[in-house]
Write a protein that binds this ligand. Structure first.
Ligand SMILES: Cc1ncc(C[n+]2csc(CCOP(=O)(O)OP(=O)(O)O)c2C)c(N)n1
Ligand code: SF4
Length: 248
């Protein structure tokens, strides 16, 4: 009988600690499948962030290191420069990447560091009881912002892909979602492409994954997927923002 489904080799065989309906688990799986398919597990080094996915170092079966708040791009830069034959990825939430580590990500992208960044945008700081994040939508209620974002005093939600793709150096920047099987297939392709850019020695690559946080959104897993489709995708459009293969 043909085996059609199994756990990727690049994931340790232990249960995830994520809440039901959280997309972190799907994203971990896609990254692990890509590492397996590219056959780079022995040469891959992942950088785990702060936030719910801090335990990524327990789940991925490759070399992993944990970075201080927002410092994953700097840590990844150091590792990649010291070990250019290894493949280095950082895994970061929006609190980690777009708030505390804003400068880190902008400068790593601007320097064209040959690293791959997986940016999980769930519009909230999940781990800390649902703080507002720079990506929280206008009017979106979070556990610690019961009146929602008021753009007059809090600014508009930051679109990181659009912002980073104004820089000349990044090689590949794309935004994906996971609320439908067709989206998941596209998301995996984007993550694979991002790693392939690094394998080919091209510059900085980043994939933003729009994600749910049913727990802090106060929604069921199904409602969270619907909310993401209805509210996040119109503000954070999916697609490739930068693909140096297409630049002549
Ligand atoms: C202003 C501020 N600085 C630092 C912290 C410490 N901290 C703990 S977890 C975390 C990030 C978690 O959010 P995110 O990166 O969005 O990941 P998620 O948990 O949603 O997956 C931060 C910033 C904090 N809560 N608030
Ligand atoms: S709090 Fe949110 S981001 Fe964190 S594990 Fe639960 S659902 Fe996922």
């Amino acid at each position: 009988m043909n085996k059609v489904f199994s756990r990727p080799k690049s994931l340790v065989d232990i249960p995830f600690t994520y809440c039901p309906g959280c997309h972190h688990g799907i994203i971990h799986r896609l990254i692990a499948e890509v590492i397996d398919e590219l056959d780079i597990r022995e040469k891959t080094i992942g950088v785990a962030p702060v936030g719910c996915s801090v335990f990524a170092y327990l789940f991925f079966d490759c070399d992993m290191i944990v970075a201080a708040h927002g410092r994953a791009p700097a840590t990844a830069t150091g590792i990649k420069r010291a070990k250019p034959d290894n493949y280095v990825f950082s895994y970061q939430g929006d609190g980690d990447l777009a708030s505390i580590g804003t400068a880190e990500i902008i400068h790593a992208a601007n320097r064209g560091e040959k690293i791959t960044v997986v940016f999980v945008n769930n519009a909230i700081y999940g781990m800390t009881g649902g703080q507002m994040a720079p990506t929280t939508l206008e009017g979106q209620i979070t556990q610690t912002s019961p009146y929602g974002r008021d753009s007059k005093t809090m600014g508009m939600p930051i679109r990181m892909c659009e912002l980073l793709s104004t820089l000349k150096s990044p090689a590949y920047i794309s935004r994906v979602a996971l609320t439908k099987p067709a989206y998941i297939v596209k998301a995996k392709k984007a993550i694979k492409k991002a790693f392939q850019f690094q394998i080919d020695g091209k510059g900085f690559s980043l994939v933003e994954v729009l994600s749910t946080c049913p727990t802090n959104w106060g929604l069921s897993p199904r409602e969270a997927n619907e909310w993401l489709d209805k509210n996040m995708i119109p503000y954070y459009p999916l697609g490739e923002f930068k693909n140096s293969e297409e630049v002549s």
